[in-house]
Design a protein. Structure first.
Length: 130
């Protein structure tokens, strides 16, 4: 099972979401920034590294707010850990995505998110998380 970390970056009542490029697996789907935990890496350290690589920010990783295990129809499975981020240094810079947007929580379900994120997206939109 692939181990993945992602950030719920919150600023001014909005959440940062990112759109995959056409060349990535599951092209043009929306997701929360983050990525795979490398061998021997701690989850928060992995998320710090990923946010620096993808967005050029140095984030203060807060508490884990959700953990989701998801099996895709193609046979792949993933365990996602979502962490809250309210503070970071630097300006958000789109380094790898097709698009990056600050979205209102209630608008999140209108984006075409990755299948594994859909339950979390609904909970965020309803105010059940953060």
């Amino acid at each position: 099972m692939k181990q993945v970390v992602a950030a719920l970056i919150v600023k001014n009542g909005k959440v940062l979401i990112c759109q995959r490029t056409r060349h990535q697996t599951m092209p043009l789907k929306w997701e929360f920034p983050g990525g795979k935990i490398e061998d021997g890496e701690q989850p928060r350290a992995a998320l710090r590294r990923e946010l620096d690589e993808e967005l050029g920010i140095h984030a203060r990783i807060e508490q884990e707010v959700a953990r989701i295990c998801h099996a895709y129809k193609n046979g792949g499975s993933v365990e996602l850990r979502f962490y809250l981020v309210r503070e970071y240094e630097g300006e958000v810079e789109n380094r790898i995505f097709r698009d990056v947007q600050w979205a209102k929580r209630r608008d999140l379900p209108s984006y075409d998110f990755l299948e594994a994120d859909l339950g979390l997206v609904k909970d965020l939109a309803r105010g059940r998380i953060i």
